[in-house]
Design a protein around this ligand. Structure first.
Ligand SMILES: Cc1cc2nc3c(=O)[nH]c(=O)nc-3n(C[C@H](O)[C@H](O)[C@H](O)COP(=O)(O)OP(=O)(O)OC[C@H]3O[C@@H](n4cnc5c(N)ncnc54)[C@H](O)[C@@H]3O)c2cc1C
Length: 301
């Protein structure tokens, strides 16, 4: 919805998309139905803003049409994902191809994806650690690209879209034109991609919170705890409901403030707000869901 019209979107400002995202977030199918599910939406944004014409035609167009899926690979088993300037995976230019070697993990949705945007070090000698890595488009059928396993999340290995893969890259060769923008720009592109992505995640979480909140309220008035009394008569349940209401509303405003700043000043200027919503709204989501689960008793799990 927020992409430019000439890319098939609706040119919606982030502030408006945030409101749409909340509504879509109430159902696990919402974002998927509108083609704005993570991680594809982040890659769509990235390619529409920074991809060249060839990349747009080969990867962006079918991705936006829903014909293919994609993924992004930054995190690695032996390097801290919290510091994306320090990566093991490297891409070495060999005539007109990049040769990629390394190991990535938690590559969401790689199982069945047509291509992956891989963050790899191309400029190891660059003085600034922020200018050493690049983002390179790797078709998943390239020789040397091997999904080692789907990593179990809470006991579930998942499959297809609902999976998080560990991937080995062994002498994976791609044309040098597959680099997004210029070598050394990976960190900057990651910042551009992850910032708006957090608006999507957080507003989706607000949608989930609202749904859980409604269910909690409904259960509280429906569930009789003794003749003539329901759960909603209990002070602790009322406290959970009022605290949840306040926290959801406050979180929404934080996110909208962040979205407005991205609209007005761009993602880099909204760095602080983006970080705030990520940890704050995640915690609110956990609290609201937990209260909703507790209110449902055994039915909650
Ligand atoms: C379900 C799921 C899906 C994911 N999907 C993707 C994906 O599609 N693509 C991708 O590239 N990655 C993905 N990831 C990986 C994610 O990006 C990383 O887990 C994240 O960046 C954190 O990196 P890490 O796991 O290496 O933790 P670490 O960097 O090892 O950090 C460990 C802990 O220490 C904390 N910490 C680190 N530094 C500091 C500090 N200076 N001060 C205080 N605390 C600190 C961190 O917050 C964290 O809690 C996914 C992860 C999950 C769980």
């Amino acid at each position: 919805p927020f992409l430019p019209k000439d890319h098939g979107g609706m040119n919606m400002p982030f502030l408006e998309f945030a409101a749409v995202s909340e509504i879509l977030g109430a159902s696990p199918l919402g974002h998927y139905t509108f083609g704005c599910q993570a991680p594809d939406i982040g890659n769509i944004e990235l390619l529409s803003m920074f991809g060249n014409d060839q990349q747009k035609e080969t990867y962006l167009r079918p991705l936006m049409a829903g014909e293919i899926r994609s993924c992004i690979a930054m995190a690695e088993p032996d390097r801290p994902g919290s510091n994306p300037t320090w990566l093991d995976t490297n891409a070495v230019l060999d005539e007109d191809e990049y040769v990629i070697n390394g190991r990535k993990w938690f590559t969401s949705c790689v199982d069945g994806a047509a291509f992956c945007i891989v963050m790899a070090v191309t400029n190891p000698d660059e003085e600034s650690r922020h200018k050493r890595a690049s983002m390179i488009i790797v078709p998943t059928n390239t020789p040397g690209f091997e999904i080692v396993r789907n990593i179990p999340i809470m006991g579930d290995v998942g499959k297809g879209f609902f999976s998080h893969g560990e991937v080995q890259y062994t002498n994976v060769r791609v044309p040098k034109e597959n680099i997004i923008q210029t070598p050394g720009n990976g960190f900057r592109l990651a910042q551009e991609r992850l910032g708006p992505g957090r608006i999507h995640h957080c507003m989706r979480w607000i949608g989930i919170c609202e749904r859980a909140f409604d269910m909690m309220c409904q259960r509280a008035v429906d569930r009789k705890v003794k003749p003539g009394a329901t759960l909603s008569d209990q002070p602790v349940i009322r406290t959970w409901i009022s605290e949840s209401r306040a926290e959801i509303n406050a979180s929404r405003l934080l996110i909208l403030e962040c979205a407005k700043k991205i609209d007005d000043e761009g993602a880099p200027a909204a760095r602080t707000e983006i970080s705030l919503i990520k940890f704050h709204v995640a915690n609110v989501l956990m609290k609201v869901l937990d209260r909703a689960i507790q209110t449902h008793g055994a039915l909650g799990i």
